[in-house]
Ligand binder design. Structure first.
Ligand SMILES: NC(=O)c1ccc[n+]([C@@H]2O[C@H](COP(=O)([O-])OP(=O)(O)OC[C@H]3O[C@@H](n4cnc5c(N)ncnc54)[C@H](O)[C@@H]3O)[C@@H](O)[C@H]2O)c1
Length: 362
């Protein structure tokens, strides 16, 4: 008889996790509304299966907040608005709060101009780009969202970390009022946070396709070795190019710090100086309302009509794996690694917050 293996995760419903995040942040001085934006967007990433950018990130933010590295009440300010273009200063506020303000400006401006380009400097880590991309797509716009990040990745053919894992998100409106194609990616082969998630799950090995290097620059599949090493650009030199594109749209246009002008990601008291960009394009300026959404649907249908390659059951399009996961986790709850949860309960005790209880195993 085989011995049952000990569980490595506990399951929580989304709502108690959102409340827990809010309570932790308000205990650190954030307003209810700011704490709500952070909690809702992080838990939304967990629901979508993007655990690299779910509540795991909150522990990092908490370290930064406790070290005085973030201007807790700040929501940023408009530096300059000129037609469709707006430049924002995040004033070292919480990244999600700054991103929410910028996204709202992007929607407002695109509604009158048909397009908007909103850029901000002096922000912090904003989590998963999809939260902002989807908000713009739900408002009817084609969205392009980018951010730079602290240097962690050597450019293709280099070995010194220069660029961040700089995310790129493109979301388009679909039929039914929801995004139909939602690309949300790190410009490294996978997001760095996937490694921390694997470590929290006690996975000693990671897939070779994740493309991590050890501290000597050699490819590795050992989680511990990869944690001392670095991620690589996706698609070789093309990944470096896309990371530079994200860097230029975010920091280049906002006047923010670029590449190694940013500090190595640390959880101390120094501002990170991260920049983001939010671009919204109204398809109704090109064709009658609803036509673009039908065209998106047609294109997705054509792509998915491809006969699956050997070893695969179907062709997926960007966004599909996450929406499927969301349906599942809305019913079955979010699995949180026990190792991560132990860190949360320790922090919660220090802040006088009661953590939620996990679901009872069925
Ligand atoms: N804030 C930051 O500094 C920062 C930095 C890097 C990444 N991130 C975030 O990290 C998250 C994860 O990034 P990642 O690159 O590890 O994601 P990923 O590699 O899991 O997915 C990237 C994209 O590929 C799509 N995809 C996945 N499998 C597919 C398939 N079989 N067929 C078609 N499409 C498929 C997904 O829908 C997604 O849009 C993103 O939310 C990103 O915004 C944030």
């Amino acid at each position: 008889m085989s011995t049952p293996t000990a569980p490595v995760t506990a399951t929580f419903q989304a709502e108690p996790l959102q409340l827990f995040c809010r309570q932790l942040l308000t205990a650190l001085g954030a307003s209810e509304s700011h704490a709500g934006i952070v909690g809702d967007s992080l838990v939304a990433a967990n629901l979508r299966g993007v655990d690299s950018h779910g509540i795991q990130m909150l522990l990092v933010y908490i370290q930064q907040l406790r070290a005085g590295g973030i201007n807790v009440p700040a929501a940023g300010r408009v530096v300059k608005e000129d037609g469709a273009f707006l430049r924002y200063d995040g004033e070292n506020g919480i990244g999600q709060v700054v991103a929410e303000c910028c996204t709202d400006h992007a929607i407002r401006i695109a509604q009158s101009h048909g397009i908007s380009v909103v850029v901000t400097n002096h922000s912090n880590h904003f989590g998963a780009g999809a939260w902002w991309g989807e908000k713009l797509a739900r408002a009817g716009f084609i969205a392009i969202v980018t951010s730079n990040a602290c240097p962690a990745v050597a450019p293709w053919q280099g070995q010194t970390p220069i660029l961040g894992t700089n995310p790129l998100c493109v979301a388009v409106p679909g039929l039914g009022g929801r995004g139909r194609w939602l690309l949300d990616m790190a410009t490294t082969t996978v997001a760095l946070g996937k490694l921390s998630h694997a470590a929290h799950l006690n996975h000693a090995e990671i897939p070779r396709e994740w493309g991590f290097l050890d501290s000597t620059g050699q490819p590795t599949t050992e989680t511990a070795a990869a944690q001392k090493g670095a991620p690589t650009p996706f698609g070789r030199y093309k990944g470096t190019a896309f990371a530079m594109l994200a860097e230029l749209l975010s920091a280049g246009l906002s006047g923010g710090e670029m590449a190694t002008e940013l500090p190595i990601y640390r959880t101390g008291g120094d501002p990170l100086g991260i920049s983001h960009s939010f671009i919204a394009i109204d398809p109704k300026r090109f064709m009658p309302a609803g036509e673009f959404e039908h065209r998106v649907d047609r294109l997705v249908g054509m792509v998915k009509a491809s006969a699956p390659a050997p070893g695969y059951d179907e062709v997926l399009v960007a966004g599909e794996p996450e929406w499927r996961c969301e349906q599942l986790r809305l019913q079955q709850g979010i699995p949180v690694p026990l190792k991560l949860w132990a860190k949360f309960t320790a922090v919660a005790a220090e802040l006088g917050v009661a953590p939620p209880l996990p679901d009872t195993p069925r």
